[in-house]
Ligand binder design. Structure first.
Ligand code: PEP
Ligand code: MN
Length: 369
């Protein structure tokens, strides 16, 4: 599908887009207090949840429409543009009625094409910038699908928010970042602006700065962080919210690296290193090809002698040898194991094909018994 939309934010060179505000609007005072402090820090967009998708019933589900009025006051008083999450038709109508500047789709909405389509239909004929969070499961196609549905509704400014992916079991993250998925999305839509929601990735305060820096290092376009005047008392996501002052320090501490430079010496050096990498990658492909030919010869030999493909002892030996060799070269055990497992699987596939191909003689016999 030909996606025709532009960026949501006008970016200043070398500066990330900053979106901040409380997880949920709780009272007019709490919203305004946060907004006033953040306006002093020149953030780009003020966030606040009005309708909250909670995992279990009985948790605070948001203040609803009254919160939109508080956001209007934020706009009037501080001049900051405001954004909130919408998940259905009614949310869209109310948000538009109250002059919300940017809408976002939450992770639990992106995951459901019916909900995304409902929001898209409600947006037909209106042009308001929309940010789309990743679905809770690591599925780039589902994320793309939501972008396509919103773009098809005629929305001309779209950005995405990376808030990490749900996983089973304990992890240092609330939602695993799985950065490679955002890199893949950027490969598919190169001009797409990606905002990192470090709050929902981390789920705790002490790793927020580290994840924000990682996002900058990966050329993400900005940050969305939950900020609350009294984080411990927050009605939702208390463990991950920080005060405006802490947030100010986090942003000041970020090192934003530029994508390119016109420093000729730098460019030549990096060009030289990249050429060397291309050369090594080429050699690697030659070696993989050579290894596969050997595996095929073994396959033919095994077939002739009626020996099974998988030789567990031999596989263990290869793995152990390579992990040890990898360690000498500074490669992690995990990396070596992953590469070898993929290579081994490819060999098995090639050998299985050989085992299951009937020889010409056998085929002839079948046709002319
Ligand atoms: C939020 O931004 O407060 C929120 C509910 O996020 P997510 O959709 O990423 O869970
Ligand atoms: Mn939240």
């Amino acid at each position: 599908m030909d996606l025709k939309f532009g960026p949501v934010f006008e970016k200043k060179p070398g500066q990330p887009v900053i979106i901040a505000g409380p997880c949920s609007a709780e009272s007019e005072e709490q919203v305004l207090k946060t907004a006033r402090a953040l306006a002093k820090q020149n953030i780009d967009l003020f966030r606040s949840g009005i309708w909250k998708p909670r995992t279990r019933p009985g948790s605070f589900e948001g203040v609803g429409v009254i919160g939109l009025k508080w956001l209007q006051t934020v706009k009037k008083e501080t001049g900051l543009p405001v954004t909130t999450e919408v998940a259905n038709r009614e949310h869209v109508f109310e948000a538009l009625k109250h002059g919300i500047d940017v809408l976002w789709l939450g992770a639990r909405t992106t995951v459901n094409p019916f909900s995304v389509q409902e929001v898209a239909d409600a947006l037909k004929g209106v042009d308001i910038p929309v940010m789309i969070k990743n679905p809770i499961n690591p599925d780039v196609k589902l994320w793309m699908g939501a972008i396509e549905r919103i773009a098809k509704a005629g929305i001309s400014k779209i950005a995405v928010i990376h808030r990490g992916f749900s996983s089973f079991g304990s992890s240092k993250y609330r939602n695993e970042p799985r950065w490679q998925l955002t890199i893949e999305l950027k490969r598919r839509i190169p001009d797409l602006q990606i905002i990192c929601d470090n709050s929902h990735i981390c789920g705790r305060r002490d790793t927020l700065a580290m994840v924000a820096q990682r996002a900058m290092d990966l050329q993400m376009d900005g940050l969305m962080t939950e900020v609350h005047p009294n984080p411990d008392e927050a009605w939702s996501d208390a463990a991950q919210q920080i005060t405006p002052a802490t947030f100010g320090k986090l942003v000041k501490g970020l090192k934003v690296r530029s994508v390119s430079t016109d420093d000729v010496e730098f460019l030549e050096h990096i060009d030289d290193l990249r050429n060397q990498i291309d050369h090594v990658d080429n050699e690697l492909m030659d070696l993989f090809g050579k290894r596969m030919k050997l595996a095929e010869s073994i396959g033919k030999y095994k077939k002739k002698n009626n020996i099974s493909i998988l030789q567990a002892n031999r596989w263990n030996e290869i793995l152990e040898q390579s992990v040890a060799k990898g360690r000498e070269k500074g490669l992690s055990d995990g990396f070596v194991t992953q590469v070898l497992t993929a290579m081994h699987q490819e060999s098995i596939n090639h050998q299985t094909k050989i085992m299951n191909t009937k020889s010409k003689e056998a085929n002839k016999k079948k046709v002319h018994p």
